[in-house]
Structures are given as C-alpha cells and as structure tokens.
Design a protein around this ligand. Structure first.
Ligand SMILES: C[S@@+](CC[C@H](N)C(=O)[O-])C[C@H]1O[C@@H](n2cnc3c(N)ncnc32)[C@H](O)[C@@H]1O
Length: 312
C-alpha cells in the first residue's frame, strides 16, 4: 500500500518547498520512499518510540537536512511545527499516518507487544513514560478492564477473561505474557477459540491501546493534522483496526460535508466543506499485497485533500 500512499500524496508533494510530515516514522520505510520520490520535499518525521527514531535516523541520514526527526506523540504536531518555525498560516503539503505498532516493536520480544512469545508485559511505545500493560492488568478495577477489553479489543468474552485475570492476579501479579495467553486460552469456551486466530489477540490489542492512550491521541491528532494542511495539501491514513478507521472516517466525512443549515439557496463560504475525499470508502490491500506481507491484511487506507481555508 506504500505505492498508493505515494500516489495519493504526489500532486501535493511534487513542488518546490513542499513539507510533508510522517507522523509515524517507525523504521523510516515510508519516509525514505517519500524523500526519494519527491526530491524537492522536506520531511518532518515523528515517533514516540526512541528506538524507532534511532533506527530511522540511520536509514535517513543520506538525505541530510531534508529530514528532521522529532521525538513526539503525534497529537503534538501543531507544537512541533511551531518549534520548527513552520508558520501555521503557511501549513504543510502532506501528512501521513501509518498507525499501530511497527514490525520492530512486534519482533523485539522484550517490548511485550507479541502474544506469540513470552516477554515482560510492557507494551509502551515510549518506554520513558507511562504505565505498562502489567500495571494495567494488576491494578485496574475489574469493571474498567471489562470496558477496555470490550471497547478496544471488541472481545465478546471480556467478562469471562477479566474474572480469570482477577482470580489469578490475587494469587500472584502478572509480569510476563505467556501466563496471560494461557489464562485466556483456559478461560474461553471451545466455540470462541475456533474463530479469529490466537484467542489472546483481542486482549493484547485492547491492552496496547489502553497503555498508549491510542484512540484519545488519534482523536486529537487527525483534526490537528487536517488543520495543519495548506490548501491543496493532502493527508493519507493507514489504519489497522476498525476503531481507528472509524475515527478517521468520521473526521474526513465531517470535513467533506457542508455545515450549512438545510434549505439555504446559496451556501456561504463559512459552511463550505474543508476537505475533498480522495478514496472511495476505505481502500483495502490486494491479495498480492497480503501474500507479500500478512501483517498488511487488516489495513484500511483513506485520503483527503484540503480544499479551503478555515474561516477566520
Ligand atoms: C506501523 S509503524 C510505522 C512504520 C513506518 N511507516 C515504516 O515505514 O517503517 C507505526 C509507528 O508509529 C509510532 N506511533 C504509534 N503511535 C504514535 C503516536 N501517538 N505518536 C507518535 N508515534 C506513534 C510507533 O511507535 C511506530 O513506530
């Protein structure tokens, strides 16, 4: 889907002085591709994970001062642009979000994101701050855990799993992932285990979203990114689960709708849409893309173009 991101952003970035923000730098794959394809563009890359910044910094070093990498949570985008001296009135020409965890975070066992290997239950993308997944499991009231598993994991068996967690944590607090994975396997009825891959997947997703406050951050970040776009600027978002995609869809749809009261013969400027949608619904990966990279399977891609200034 990298090609589609690049094609969608191209009309905005093929111009001298264009600035593009990669809000989820990760290992710098998308950033490297943008810097290569758009030789006149300057890139600002954000990541809350210091290890990701170190690795992408090495990868993007050949581009010199065309790439500026910043340790930040992506809802801090407006402040980052201020700090870098990019005037709000000027705006940026492109913004890209490739949400979720990176393959590096998944593959490094000690980060605790993967349910397939035993590791400390951490799951913080920024290991310098915040609380770990183990602390969430060991300290949250049962009702709160049920809410998180339902809302962020779409886990139908949340109550069953949380009862087992509470019983077990009283005996001994959770520290590593294997015990949690086994507990979920034991707690679920046979029928629930037959569908949807590893039965721990939904619980792990829910814990990760809670630990990193992912949806709250995204809810602030997408409107902030739209606001940061200059007229003609474009935004692309790759989501990996329906909660993220729904949020992106809502912000884009609101931006693309007129806010005029019904029945006005002429829609005044302040009610006109700010965005034009560039994708019809969410675009999905092709079978070939999934065959090449199984982790791309749940991806949903949406894009939009800024077509009008905010009315002052
Ligand atoms: C799927 S990876 C991006 C991979 C990247 N496009 C590449 O080509 O290597 C997502 C990255 O976004 C970062 N991230 C997730 N949520 C973030 C947030 N709220 N603020 C900043 N970075 C975030 C993660 O740490 C991770 O490195």
């Amino acid at each position: 889907m990298l090609r589609r991101c690049l094609d969608l952003l191209a009309p905005a970035l093929e111009r001298p002085g264009a600035v593009v923000v990669d809000c989820t730098l990760g290992l710098g794959g998308h950033s490297e591709a943008m810097l290569t394809r758009f030789p006149e563009a300057r890139l600002i890359g954000l990541d809350r994970d210091k290890e990701a910044l170190r690795l992408s910094g090495e990868r993007l070093a050949p581009f010199g001062d065309r790439a500026t990498l910043v340790h930040a949570v992506y809802d801090e985008l407006p402040e980052v642009l201020d700090r870098l001296g990019i005037p709000r009135a000027h705006g940026v020409q492109g913004v890209l979000f490739d949400l979720g965890v990176s393959s590096m975070q998944l593959d490094e066992a000690d980060r605790g994101f993967a349910y397939a290997q035993d590791a400390p239950l951490d799951m913080r993308m920024d290991q310098t701050t915040g609380i770990s997944a183990a602390e969430v499991l060991n300290t949250y009231p049962p009702g709160e855990l049920v809410r998180i598993l339902r809302a962020y994991g779409e886990e139908k068996q949340a109550k069953r799993i949380v009862s087992a967690i509470v019983r077990e944590r009283e005996k001994e607090p959770f520290t590593t992932s294997a015990r949690l994975v086994q507990l979920i396997r034991d707690a679920l009825p046979q029928a629930a285990k037959r569908t949807g891959g590893n039965p721990a997947k939904r619980t792990f997703q829910a814990l990760r979203i809670e630990v990193n406050g992912e949806l709250g951050v995204l809810e602030r970040a997408i409107p902030a990114a739209v606001k940061a776009l200059a007229v003609g600027g474009r935004i692309g978002v790759l989501s990996y689960h329906s909660l993220e995609d729904r949020l992106v869809k809502q912000v884009f749809a609101a931006g693309a709708a007129t806010t005029a009261p019904p029945g006005l013969p002429i829609v005044p400027e302040e009610y006109q849409p700010r965005l034009k949608l560039l994708t019809r619904g969410a675009e999905l990966p092709t079978d070939e893309e999934i065959a090449e990279n199984r982790r791309a399977a749940p991806a949903r891609f949406r894009g939009a173009e800024r077509i009008r200034e905010d009315v002052k």
